[in-house]
Design a protein around this ligand. Structure first.
Ligand code: AMP
Length: 274
């Protein structure tokens, strides 16, 4: 299976190729076709499975296929943390590099002026955390009346962080008629399943099973302060008889930092992006 087989258009295919993606991941294989058709999707998948591309590529394709005058917000992606919001924004930037759609990222904890300016210039795709979105909406800077696609990312984390009531309010600000909703959660506790049922219509259900771990692998978990992480990693490496080691980080940037640190300590390392 290739990205072309999934029905993606040339500008997106070349952007994915430039990212070094050769094959779609399982969530992309299963979620992109129904999303491209305009269907709602209920995706049970964790971060790291490639789910951002699974929703970003169809959004880019659908919006670019039917341009609208005046740049109203046509797609909204709600995500629980600023880090995720920034990563999702970067993904839209990358996958949409050969299209002329505009996106903005808004999140709390920083001044709102640059975000307001971006909104005032007009954006097709808005990536946001719930609190700041509601704030800017209440101040009259966010208009969702022409929204076509709504994405809820990491719904179970939204629940854990107490965001669900505000997410519900935001969903109610979006049009219901004709709206496509893409809903992602790593787990489906009953509250989340109920929430999904409330905001989705006849969704394509896509579940990416968590991988089972081989019996030969032992696990250890070390809760550690960020500034002690390098020290711990070096101590673990020193105390382990290994031929080669794989170290996973959440972001590419962190991988670069860990790799640089290891090189400074005499290890040979390379960064590989999934
Ligand atoms: P996500 O689960 O969306 O956070 O993606 C996790 C990581 O996988 C990101 O660094 C993506 O750039 C990368 N990625 C997503 N899809 C693919 C793919 N089909 N091939 C290679 N890497 C990918």
């Amino acid at each position: 299976m290739t990205f072309r087989d999934l029905g993606l258009i040339a500008p997106i295919l070349s952007a994915l190729e430039e990212q070094g993606y050769t094959r779609p991941s399982p969530i992309q294989e299963k979620a992109i076709p129904p999303a491209l058709e305009g269907r709602d999707v209920l995706g049970c998948a964790q971060t790291g499975t490639g789910k951002t591309c699974a929703f970003a590529a169809p959004i880019l394709q659908r919006l670019s296929a039917a341009p609208v005058k005046g740049r109203p917000i046509r797609a909204l992606i709600l995500t629980p943390t600023r880090e995720l919001a920034i990563q999702i924004g970067d993904s839209f930037q990358a996958y949409g590099s050969h299209l002329s759609l505009r996106h903005a990222v808004i999140f709390g904890g920083v001044g709102q002026n640059p975000q307001v300016e971006a909104l005032n210039r007009g954006v097709d795709i808005l990536v946001a955390t719930p609190g700041r979105l509601m704030d800017l909406h209440d101040q009259g800077f966010v208009h969702l009346e022409q929204l076509e696609i709504f994405v809820l990312d990491e719904a179970d984390r939204m629940l854990d962080m107490g965001f669900l009531p505000i997410v519900r309010k935001i969903v109610n600000l979006c049009p219901w008629e004709g709206r496509q909703t893409l809903f992602f959660s790593a787990t489906m506790p009953p509250v989340i399943a109920g929430f999904a049922k409330w905001c989705l219509t006849d969704p394509a259900e896509v579940t990416i099973a968590r991988r089972e771990v081989a019996a030969t692998i032992s696990h250890a978990f070390y809760p550690v302060a960020l500034d002690q992480r390098d020290e711990l990693l070096l101590a673990l490496l020193k105390g382990t008889d290994f031929h080669s080691v794989m170290i996973f980080t959440r972001t590419r940037k962190e991988a670069d930092a860990v790799c640089g640190m290891l090189k400074q300590h005499g290890y040979r390392g390379e960064v590989a992006v999934m």
